[in-house]
Design a protein around this ligand. Structure first.
Ligand code: HEC
Ligand code: HEC
Length: 406
């Protein structure tokens, strides 16, 4: 009996390995790869997790308020925020598409020259938009509200809506302990509060617990059996990502984004020269934004976080740089890049492999990347790894408009 037990366990383990999402053939080599990881490899992998709660935003006093998030959820799905009455935030940030829109550039046509990014995990970012021209989620939200080509109701219009709709007015009072007001001297305050409520809602749109997170957690805990359940091709891709391909130099940390601005020479949509000045102009716009964290509408203009904007310096090499996108949920947010130039992950990896058509960015035209010349197998491994970054969606109650009835 005692002799038979190990065999029994081995047979059971083989069954379990074959039963999961890992093909039986792949299970054994993944185990071998896991056992062979050296200290540097493990250390680099563990830098990509876990995704801890986002740092607080002191410039928004209601950032974590339930009542504010409730109002924010209401507004996020409200088409009355648009001039044509047909669009809301979720027209371009769709729950069914991981809060992106699946398009290269958003409709209505001409709404933006840039691709709609997902807002899952946006709360972790320090600078918002591809060019970083907003430094908080709430100041970000005011921009589509103002922009007639996006929603366009404007601050005064939004304040009026909050006053005239009795349910919105009640929810506003619950969140801010005061009534909304559309009087000319008050409407900015009402609209800014509403934007802070939208930000409180967005802050809850967090998505983690991906297959990669479970792998990293197992590795951290030293549970190599659990770690070996990670698909072998994904692990090879991860080792490329953190190793020879050096993707981690920009797609760093638990968000797989360093939060900073770079150029990868991506050819602009429609060809020709790079026209989007990216971070270069983004810094100018941010410093001039009355709704920036160090401005008069901030709840903590003197906080360390708010003051960061004051230390930003514009310089020529920022021309054309865009913020490194997070790669969490990336398999669900095609197409890719700041103008949606790449249709699939396969295209992205082809680009990093060859740098086909790369354009020099910045006034100095610096060459930041070298073609990686990845084999077909390596590209497949990298793609398999990127697919393990799909996280669990936020709670279902946050993924839809609030019910109309009270
Ligand atoms: C017409 C489509 C459209 C609508 C409507 C829209 N957005 Fe966006 N959103 C975009 C595009 C495009 C970008 C990127 C623009 C850029 O970087 O210049 C963006 C960027 C963002 C970002 C920045 C994400 C990041 O990682 O930096 C957030 C957050 C966001 N939108 C939230 C909202 C909210 C809240 C609303 C409603 C008040 C809204 N959006 C309405 C298209 C839209
Ligand atoms: C020099 C910094 C840098 C390096 C190195 C880098 N990236 Fe990127 N990555 C970026 C930037 C910046 C963008 C957005 C570029 C744009 O929109 O023009 C991007 C975009 C992407 C996208 C599209 C994401 C989206 O939502 O649009 C994917 C996927 C990606 N990178 C994967 C990788 C992989 C895999 C590697 C390694 C082979 C890598 N990156 C190396 C900075 C980098």
């Amino acid at each position: 009996m005692t002799l038979a037990l190990p065999f029994l366990f081995a047979a059971l383990a083989a069954q379990v390995a074959g039963a999961g999402d890992v093909a039986p053939k792949a299970a054994e080599p993944a185990r071998r790869l896991v056992d062979q990881l050296d200290a540097t490899q493990v250390q680099r992998i563990l830098r990509h997790g876990p995704l801890e709660p986002a740092p607080p935003d002191p410039t928004n006093r209601v950032a974590t308020s339930d009542a504010a998030a409730h109002l924010g959820q209401r507004l996020f799905y409200d088409t009355r925020l648009s001039l044509d009455g047909n669009h809301s935030c979720t027209s371009c940030h769709m729950t069914s598409r991981a809060f992106a829109d699946g398009l290269d550039l958003p409709v209505p046509a001409g709404a933006s020259e840039r691709h709609s990014p997902t807002i899952l995990n946006a709360v972790y970012q320090r600078w918002f938009f591809w060019d970083g021209r907003a430094d908080s989620l709430w100041s970000q939200a005011l921009q589509p509200i103002e922009n007639p080509r996006e929603l366009g109701i404007g601050r005064a219009g939004l304040a009026r809506l909050l006053v005239e709709d009795t349910r919105l007015a009640a929810e506003y009072r619950a969140a801010f302990d005061e009534a909304p007001s559309a009087a000319p001297e008050d409407s900015d305050r009402t609209a800014v509060n509403a934007a802070k409520a939208i930000a409180a809602y967005e802050a809850r749109l967090v998505s983690a617990d991906s297959a990669f997170d479970r792998f990293a957690a197992a590795l951290r805990a030293g549970d190599l059996d659990a770690a070996a359940r990670y698909p072998e091709d994904a692990l090879r891709g991860l080792l490329l990502f953190t190793g020879r391909a050096n993707c981690r130099s920009c797609h760093a940390g638990p968000l797989f984004s360093d939060g900073e601005f770079h150029t990868i020479g991506m050819p602009p949509k429609g060809g020709g020269k790079l026209r989007d000045s990216g971070r270069f102009r983004g810094i100018e716009l941010l410093r001039a934004d009355p709704f920036r964290g160090s401005g008069p509408w901030s709840d903590a203009p003197d906080s360390e976080r708010a003051r960061e904007v004051e230390s930003l310096v514009q310089s020529p090499e920022q021309w054309g740089q865009v913020r490194t996108p997070s790669l969490r949920n990336v398999a669900r947010t095609a197409p890719y890049m700041s103008q949606g130039q790449m249709a699939s992950l396969r295209d992205v990896l082809h680009y990093y492999s060859t740098l086909d058509g790369a354009v020099a960015a910045g006034h100095h035209g610096e060459q930041v990347l070298k073609p990686l010349a990845l084999s077909d197998g390596e590209r497949a491994d990298l793609e398999a790894f990127l697919r393990t970054l799909d996280g669990v969606d936020p709670p279902a109650a946050l993924m839809k408009p609030l019910p109309k009835a009270r």
